[in-house]
Design a protein around this ligand. Structure first.
Ligand SMILES: Cc1ncc(COP(=O)(O)O)c(C=O)c1O
Length: 442
């Protein structure tokens, strides 16, 4: 909200925006050197803006913080050819969970051997594509997958695999994104012995080469502690595997889940502390167990893509109902299902003009036929916000478009990259032709 605020407040407000964000004298914001109003003009709204330098810087921050580890970008957060290209160029690997993500990445030039295939229920096409393209590792996540994969690899072939285990740790920003406990669909339980049993079966399959263990605790985790507990539990299992099978596993994948701030003042996971403390915990746990330290693998998604993205909407209506004000925009749950799914909150901001009106509490809602189509409840916007205004929502780069839907057939928004004052189209708007193209029957 661009009313006349103290510089400190304005800086705080921009703390969750891409680092390149700059305010112009007449109240607009520029990201990557490109005014958001110009982007709205050129690409229409809703439109997603992706700051290339922010993505690259975040990749580099990870590589600097974890110099000895393998850093995989979790493609599920947001994937397009440019994201595959940038993360490959920055030396990251890639975590994919479908043939679709895998094909897009490899056909964009992402080296297949640097890709890891995940999935609690991999389809025959996922496995066939993984083997055909030569994916680096497949993470086994169900007992039945072992025989299927071994058969698909064939007696002459070989495939590196890891096993996803459940470390029994509850962590994550919402029930629906907690994946380290026994009562959810991912992973094989250590507590009930399913993990150990699966590992024994894998060791009987000569074409499957077990390189390590994997766990993913959940998403939007802002404390280092759960990762330290996970290290202990994983090394504990590795130690038992050594005693039982003489097995020394060279890799340990701790997944992703690194929490970020969506609104100014919110907590984010301290990456430097995570790197330092996980490294120390791993070294100590391995020394105690008498095991060599495995190579660490991590899989950040949200923390790389999230802060680099900004969603830009046009206000379509402002409605006063009782003592509430609803500001409806031309997007909503079809491009950002997170508020409806997890009740998360954002800090939208008026851009494109400066307002001297006093701030007023409003609810920013989408245009979809769903009362739950709320983008941001109880936020402050200038009291004179009106139809035609532009609203920008920062921290929109992850789990928005990747989870977008075709609800109400409004079409998924385009993505424009910004860098050094230039904007270019990465993904075009989904058109009625695209939608009709699939609708073949009468
Ligand atoms: C196996 C795995 N790795 C990594 C991630 C990325 O998590 P985040 O985007 O929270 O870093 C996920 C997210 O669901 C996941 O399931």
């Amino acid at each position: 909200m661009t009313t006349v605020h103290e510089p400190a407040t304005r800086a705080a407000e921009l703390s969750v925006w891409p680092a390149s964000t700059a305010e112009s004298p007449h109240g607009d914001l520029a990201v990557g050197g490109v005014p958001l109003a110009e982007i709205a003009e050129r690409f229409g709204t809703p439109v997603y803006v992706l700051d290339e330098a922010e993505v690259r810087d975040r990749c580099r921050t990870y590589r600097d913080a974890f110099p000895d580890a393998e850093v995989l970008y979790a493609a599920k957060a947001f994937l397009c050819r440019a994201m595959a290209h940038w993360t490959a160029e920055e030396g990251l690997g890639l975590d994919v969970c479908s043939a679709g993500e895998l094909e897009l990445a490899v056909t964009t030039g992402f080296p297949a051997e640097r890709i890891v295939l995940h999935g609690n229920a991999k389809s025959p096409r996922d496995l066939e594509t993984a083997l055909r393209l030569g994916v680096g590792r497949v993470v086994i996540d169900s007992p039945s997958e072992i025989a299927r994969l071994a058969a698909a690899v064939g007696p002459q072939g070989h495939q590196k695999v890891m096993v996803r285990v459940v470390p029994g740790i509850g962590a994550g920003g919402h029930d629906k994104i907690r994946t380290g406990t026994e009562d959810q669909k991912f992973g094989l339980s250590i507590r009930d012995g399913y993990a150990q049993h699966a590992i024994t079966r894998i060791l009987d399959q000569p074409q499957l080469r077990l390189t390590g263990l994997h766990c993913h605790l959940g998403s939007q985790i802002t404390s280092v502690k759960p990762y330290l507990v996970a290290v202990r539990r994983m090394v504990g299992l590795m130690s038992r595997l050594y005693e039982q099978h003489g097995l020394v596993l060279p890799e340990l994948d701790l997944g992703g889940g690194h929490g970020i701030a969506y609104r100014p003042g919110e907590e984010a996971l301290d990456l430097t502390a995570l790197a330092r403390r996980v490294r120390a915990e791993l070294a100590d746990a391995c020394a105690t167990a008498g095991l060599p330290v495995p190579r660490l693998i991590i899989e950040p998604g949200r923390a790389i893509a999230g802060p680099a993205g900004v969603a830009l909407y046009r206000v379509l209506s402002v409605k006063h109902t009782g003592d509430r004000v609803f500001v409806a925009v031309d997007g909503g749950m079809s491009d950002n299902p997170r508020p409806a799914l997890y009740g998360v909150r954002y800090a939208p901001r008026l851009v494109g003009r400066r307002s001297t009106a006093a701030p007023a509490p409003v609810t920013v809602v989408g245009r979809h036929c769903e009362a739950g189509d709320v983008l941001a409840a109880g936020v402050e916007l200038p009291g004179d916000v009106h139809p035609g205004d532009l609203l920008a929502v920062p921290v929109a780069g992850a789990y928005h478009l990747s989870m977008a839907s075709g609800y109400n057939l409004v079409g998924r928004p385009p993505v424009a990259a910004v860098r050094e004052g230039l904007a270019r189209l990465l993904v075009r708007r989904e058109s009625l032709e695209d939608i009709r193209g699939r609708d073949v029957g009468l």
